[in-house]
Design a protein around this ligand. Sequence first.
Ligand SMILES: Nc1ncnc2c1ncn2[C@@H]1O[C@H](COP(=O)(O)OP(=O)(O)O)[C@@H](O)[C@H]1O
Ligand SMILES: [Mg+2]
Length: 573
Amino acid sequence: MMINKRLIGLVPESKKAIAMQVTVQWLAMICNIGLITASCYLLQELYYRNVTSDALFTLYLPVFIIAIFLRSIFMKLSVRSSFQASHIVKKRLRRMIMEKLIKLEGHYMNNSSTAQLVQLSTEGIEQLETYFGSYLPQFFFAMLAPVTLFVIIAPFSFKPALALLICVPLIPISIALVQTFAKKLLSKYWGQYTALGDSFLENLQGLTTLKIYQSDALRHEQMNEEAEKFRKITMKVLTMQLNSITIMDLVAYGGAALGILLALFEYRSGAISIFVCMAIILLSADFFLPMRTLGSYFHIAMNGMAASDKIFKLLDLEEPPIKTVQLDKGEKGIRIDHLTFDYDGKEILHDLSLNIKANTFMAIVGESGSGKSTLANCINGVLKTKEKMIYIQEKDITEIKASSLHQNIVTVSFDSYLFSGTVRDNLVLVNHDSDEKMIEVLKKVRLWDFLCEENGLDTVLQEGGNNLSGGQRQRLSLARALLHDGDIYIFDEATSNIDSESENEIMSLIGEMAHTKTILLITHRLANAVGADQIAVLKDGYLDALGTHEQCLKQSEQYAHLWQTQAALEGTI
Ligand SMILES: Nc1ncnc2c1ncn2[C@@H]1O[C@H](COP(=O)(O)OP(=O)(O)O)[C@@H](O)[C@H]1O
Ligand SMILES: [Mg+2]
C-alpha cells in the first residue's frame, strides 16, 4: 500500500533519515503525553486539595517546563530530519538519472517519447522529495503512535484503550473505500482535462485560420461548453475529496468519542480514577490524528508512485553496450553505406551511400529540409544511427566511443553556442593555446580587427554571445573550431550570416584545410561548393547527384536550376 520497496531500495541512505524523523516525532509525542498526564494528575490533586505550593513549584512546574522544552526541540529536529531525508533523496536520484543518461549516450535524443520520459522523471524527483520527507515518516509514525498510546493507557484502563486502537484502522479502510469510488471519477476527470488542453492548444494555434474563415465564434461556443463540462467534473472531484475528508473526520472523532464514552463509564463504575479518565479524554484524539494526517498526504503518495514509475521506466531503459573502439591517429575517411534515418519512425534520409575519402573536401547542398543537417548529425554521432551504415576509418560508428568521436570530429553549425565570459574563455574551451595562436586564427576569420577595437582577447561576451552580431558569432565559432585540432570538420551553414566577401576568404581557408583534414561543407550557396572535390546533392533525403560541379550540373536538374538562379543573383553570369 503506497510503499514501494524498490523505491526505498533506490535510496537506502534515506532509511536512516526517515528512522530518525520517526524517532524524534515519537519522542515529541512522549513529551506531549507526559505533559497531558502531568496536567491531569495536577488537576486531580487540586480537586482533592492535595497539592502544596511547595510541590507545585518544585515538582509540577519543572516537569511542565522540561516537557515543553524537550518537545519543542524534538519538533525542530523532526523538521530538520525531514529536510535531510528529502535532500538525500533528491541528490541521489538526480545522480542516478544523470548516470543513466550518460550510459544511454544520447540515445534518447532521436526519440521524443524517451526525451519526454527524461523530462518527466526529472520533474518527478521534486515529487519524491515530499514523498520521502513527509509521507513515509508519517506512514510509520501513524502506525507507531496508536500502539504507543495503547501500551501506555491499557494498564490503567484496558477497554477504552482497546476500543480506540481498534477504531484507528477504520481511517485507511474508509479511504480505500472512497478511492474505489473515486477511481472512475478521477480517470474521467483526467480524460476531460487533457481533452480540454488539447483543443485549447489547437484552437489557439489555429486562431488566425479561424479568424480568416470567421468561424472563431463557433469555436468560442464549443470551448465554452467544454470548459463548463470541465468545471462541473472538477466540482465533483472537489466534492468527492471534501467528502473523503469528512468521512475521515467522522471516523477519527467518532472513534475518539467512543473511547471517551467508554472511559466515562469506567469512571462511573469506579474502575478508574478521575485522573485516568481525564487523560484518556485528552489523549483519545491523538490515536487518530497521525493517521488522519497520513490520509491528507494521500495525494503525495499517489504523485510519488506515479513519479517513481516514470523514474523506474527511465532507469530500466536498455543501455547500449559499452563502447571500446577508438579512432586511430591520422587521416580519416568516412564511408556511408545505405544509410537510412528516421525521427520517431518518420524516415528522413533514404538509402544514402557516400564515400568521403580522407583529406578531401565534400560539399553537401540541397533545399532546406532535404536532410543535410540530419546527415551531418548522423556523422558526428549526435544522432544515433543503426549499425553498419556509417564507417569512420572503416570502423562502424556505432561501436566508436563517444569521446573519441567528439575529439576527432569538429562540427560548426550556423548557431554554435558561445558561452558568457571572455573571447579567450571561449577559445580555451578547446585547447590551451598561446595568445599568439588565438590571435592568428582570429585574424584568419577576420574577427581580430573588430576585437582590437574592443578589449582584444579579453572582450566580454554575454550569454550566447548576444552582444555580437550574427556574423561575428559565426566567425568566433569558426575560430574555436579551427583551434580544435580534429581530423574531420563539418561546417553546417557555418558562414550563413557572413558577408560574401569575407565568406570567400573563409572558404579558401577551408579549401586549404582540405589538404590535411577531411571536410564536409553544408551550404546553401552553391558558389561555396564549386571548389569541392565532390558535391552531393540531396533532395528530400535522397541522393540526387554526386560528383564534381560539372557532373552535378548534368546529373541534377535541381542543382542546375539553383546554380543558374544563384549565379544570376550574384551577377557572375
Ligand atoms: N529533431 C527532429 N525531429 C523530427 N524531425 C526533424 C528533426 N530535425 C529535423 N527534422 C525534419 O527532418 C527533415 C530534414 O531536416 P534537416 O536535416 O534539418 O534539413 P536541412 O538541414 O537540409 O535543412 C525536415 O523535414 C525536418 O522537419
Ligand atoms: Mg540544416
